[in-house]
Design a protein around this ligand. Sequence first.
Ligand code: UN1
Length: 524
Amino acid sequence: ATRPLFPAARRLSTRASQVLSSLGINHAEPVPGVYDGQWRGSGEHLLSVCPATGEELARVVSASPEELHTTLDKAREAYKAFRLVPAPRRGEVLRQIREEKADLGALVSLEMGKIRSEGAGEVQEIVDILDYGVGLSRMMNGRVVASERPGHSILEIPNPLGVVAVLSAFNFPVAVYGWNLALSFAAGNATIWKPSQTTPLCSIALTKIISEVLERNELPGVLAALVTGAKDVGSAIVESKSVDMVSFTGSEAVGRQVAKTVQSRFGKVLLELGGNNASIIMPDADLSLAVPAVFFGAVGTAGQRCTSTRRLYLHRTIAPEVLSRLETLYASVPPKIGDPLLENTLLGPLHNENAVQIYERALETHKAQHAEILTSSGRYTQLAEGNFVLPVIAVPKHADPGLAGSMWSTETFAPILSVAVFDELEQAIEWNNAVPQGLSSSLWTRDVRHIGQWLGPAGSDTGIVNVNVGTSGAEIGAAFGGNKSTGWGRESGGDAWKQYVRWSAATINFSDAAPLAQGVSFAP
Ligand code: UN1
């Protein structure tokens, strides 16, 4: 029997109801899912479901086409005034957005399913990037270029870009928006957020926190607008000429469509697509560091980070030792599978039933291709409710990811780790680079020569290349993003801010002559 979509009587656990009300969300009524300076919503209803208990957290009323349209118009108007506010004053507003980790983090756990400490960690990423945005607001420097002409100067000037849309994914339901908002706001833009349709409450809670600060500063709330909705809302944003840049996080398949659409109207696009990240362990690695890091990378967040470790390449000499230590760790997981909000839980649920099916299909493919499965596997049935699965280590028959149809080359958003054994580092690097995706990778070694090889021209081709640090859990200070089919986008730190502005090169003549460049003469 199928569950009715909106049962008339919904009883929420006290815990969930406390978290929601502490964040100002009244779950008893349909929750307005649009913010353009005021809360509204008259579109389709979205249902927010807790992946651990199946309990319906709330109904959210998403954006109608008209509401989206109006929000975009208001955002453009607000940008026109906001671009004139000096950047350090914009930073001062960012500085006032301060979030207590506990409640928002708990909501991330309730609605997305990650464990408590990771929910809090995600909120910490927002706090960190807000600090970064404050600093950035005094450091978004252009430059002065030496002109070849006497009495001339060339300036490279960053100015605000316009309206930036952020399309974010369920797995980091608040932090990835935070990365974009902090940079976009510091840069003087209006930002419009279309979150994943399965995590609307997280976006509403965060927008409430930000909007209070904007309103207190007498700034239009639409500078941090929210439009919840399904695919049609996302497509309308991507197609809209009023959106100057689209920052998209999600699958390669959708990312390809987003890129084509935005590029065909000559908009800017920033893509953060699939990862298929490998760790390589050399014989001289400190296994007491490497093994727990692989464990966290592969099992943490139930394998639902873009940066999760999906492939493990072990040097032949240490392979048996590493596998036996990993098997022990994996065997300790089942008693710690469950409610993500409980202190001792290590492994929360997959985000929804669809994710469980993808996990199951990946397992079947592994088995059909004669992979050896080293751990217990399948749906975790000890709990009455929720989308829980066992974390898996698989050893595919063929080690080479280049082999067509191999499980090596697809990103499966679940805790499945594929392992192969190598003899030479060159081989492992070749395998690391042999997949379409290029987000993150990590090498475990104490040998400086291996490190040089790994970081150099013939080394790893991913956007994040770590040494003695796992593939996931990057800090906000460096640019975050991946190469190849991950989409080449960079968010968060580093030079990422440079994409959120429009650049102009301005040649200024301070002299009484007007010479042409390159010594060209054009005398009549
Ligand atoms: C993602 O999975 O989309 O590096 C982002 C990490 C986190 C961000 C992941 N800081 O794992």
